[in-house]
Design a protein around this ligand. Structure first.
Ligand code: MG
Length: 281
């Protein structure tokens, strides 16, 4: 692969909700055609989202994406066995994947949340406490999709109904326990402190570099939980949220795209495709 490559191969790290997928409907109609062009160019597309493995597997199958993926805000990297042509260290294998873990198990996070809820008397309803109809109502997900969202392995998502002061108390307690919360498009997700999208992107980027030699890492996101990912890549893009506004970002290198969600994603990908020459076979 290294020989004959006319330009460094881009590797795309992309958020899902509100970026590749529509923020309200989770639809991918608008990004689909561009995604096909990216795939045909031999450019890996790595989902990097707060979504669970079960949720991401659904979109991988629906969109025909077979590259590694990063789940639950950077808590773990799932790499299809035999994807890379060399051996690398990983924590364990699950189904057809080698798994690199950076985060904390969902079980441990839930027990910390229970403790905080009791000691601090904070109303902390997590996904794990909600029944399916409630979860559907809050997330706007259909029942099948909500079921996939409940299959958390490394994080717990709570439904923010706290005052600013309560949030501060929650964040202090989480930090004491080696955990942290990140606000996504709609919800607040708690993970281990070491599981962030940026670290996961760096880790996986090293493997891609070993595989392809010269690469350019590209990141596309819409929210605060994408900032570590955008900081970790060479070409960061921020798309707009509904209402045509950008998440307030202090990221000097980031390129702000005037397009909401998938519309912005298409513009970013067109730029990447325009600057990339296919390697000779
Ligand atoms: Mg998002």
């Amino acid at each position: 692969m290294k020989d004959g490559a006319a330009s460094p191969r881009p590797v795309i790290f992309t958020d899902l909700d509100g970026t590749l997928l529509d923020a309200e409907s989770y639809a991918f109609d608008e990004s689909r055609e561009t995604l096909e062009r990216v795939k045909s160019a031999g450019i890996p597309v790595v989902f990097c989202s707060s979504k669970t493995r079960a949720e991401q597997e659904y979109y991988r199958a629906a969109l025909g994406v077979t590259d590694p993926f990063i789940v639950e805000n950077g808590s773990a990297i799932f790499i299809p066995r035999d994807y890379f042509g060399f051996d690398f260290p990983f924590h364990h294998t699950r189904d057809q994947y080698a798994v690199i873990e950076l985060g904390v198990s969902a079980k441990d996070i839930r027990s910390v949340l229970r403790e905080i809820r009791e000691q601090q008397r904070l109303p902390l309803a997590g996904f794990g406490d909600l029944d399916l109809p409630e979860l559907c109502r809050i997330t706007g997900l259909a029942p099948e999709a909500a079921r996939r969202a409940l299959q958390r392995e490394y994080s717990e998502t709570i439904v923010p109904s706290l005052s600013a002061e309560e949030f501060r108390r929650l964040e202090n307690r989480l930090a004491e326990k080696g955990l942290r919360g990140v606000a996504g498009s709609r919800l607040y997700t708690i993970t281990g402190q070491n599981g962030d999208k940026g670290r996961a992107v760096q880790r996986l980027g090293e493997l891609f570099r070993r595989e392809f030699g010269d690469i350019i890492t590209v990141g596309v996101g819409d929210s605060q939980n994408d900032f570590p990912m955008l900081n970790a890549v060479e070409r960061p893009y921020l798309v707009q949220k509904p209402g045509r506004r950008w998440a307030p970002a202090d990221l000097p290198r980031v390129r702000k795209i005037a397009g909401v969600g998938p519309a912005g994603w298409k513009i970013a990908m067109a730029e990447i495709l325009a600057g990339y020459t296919l390697p000779n076979p």
